[in-house]
Design a protein around this ligand. Sequence first.
Ligand SMILES: [Zn+2]
Length: 400
Amino acid sequence: MGDFNLTVILDAIRRSPGGLSRVELAQIVGLSPQTISNISRRLLDQSLIVEAGKEGTGPGKPRTMLRLNPAGMYAVGVHLDPAVLTFVVLDLVGAVVKHSRVKTPSGADPGAVIGTIAAEINQLVADSGVDRAKIAGLGVASPGPIDLEEGTVVDPPLLLGWHRVPLRDALAEATGLSTLVDKDVTSAAVAETWAGGPSGAGSFVFMYMGTGIGCGIVLNDEVVRGTSGNAGEIGHIMVDPDGPPCDCGIRGCVKSSCIPQVLVAQAEAAGILDGSRQDRSAPAIQDSFAELCAAAYAGNEKAAEIIDKSAVLVARAVSSVTNTLDVDRVVFGGPFWTSLSQAYLARIPGLVEESSATRKIHAIEVVGTGVGEDVAAIGAACLVLEHMLAPRSQRLLLEG
Ligand SMILES: [Zn+2]
């Protein structure tokens, strides 16, 4: 009786929020009633599942339902964004027990950021009241590019001074927690599959509106990471032939036309925002960007034009991606999404529909994330739960 069977059973239980009886479990996973009985005993002993009432309306004796025990295990998630650090503690069913946010220390010193993250995790875990021994691990969502195997962050364009920083090992050492690192956009997509409800099922792209623009990809319920864990780098999709020059050498990439920093600069040039401000740090851009969106919603026509034009251009990038991957849905989220959602949801669904190569076959839904603003941090913690719970063929090979 290997651990593979155990994770198969846990996974089946987690996918059924109402719980499953032992008989249903045996049918779903195709193991013998004896094996199901033995493994559920082990899981009950470890407090990972609980017996939750009896169900059954037909003849025969009612069945005891097995459910995940939310308090059986926990995971910590961190989202490292150039502007803000977000922290969550999740329980075993993926519900947020505690969360916090602090501004990312400015300057080009990864050591200072890692120190801040470790201190904040200690504080958060203490505040949550969760027994540290029940924390399965730490997941970290980082801007790409990352080296998934090495757990390093490799010169992300918006984190100065981060040359091959061994983020995974540094945080494992600083916190004493076993640590996983994944790209922010991928973490967001993982969160959507765990906690997004209907918007996290099937095939979708997660359009991540952060300091940069990237996407997470889920096809047929599987997260797509690519060879090195860096799939979804869509910043250089060209959306405007006459647009501003990009650092890649061509003009009008979605990155050079639509990221918050660019829209803020346009608003300053148009006199909507005060252009004399010196602070160009990521947190300052976030504040200016919120101001621009507020002006647009308050009826400032020039501000509304800037946001509307960006919606049209982002829709072009989205259409390239959806036509390439043939998905059911586009889910928007990320730190700048709250400001953008009203304008983008009014504009982008129609444009994506118009440009869809499959519009005569199926519609493409465009929605905001069902997980909320902490989506990348929640996804990072879900990575830990997934690592613990999800059956993987690798585990089968090693232990089966
Ligand atoms: Zn470019």
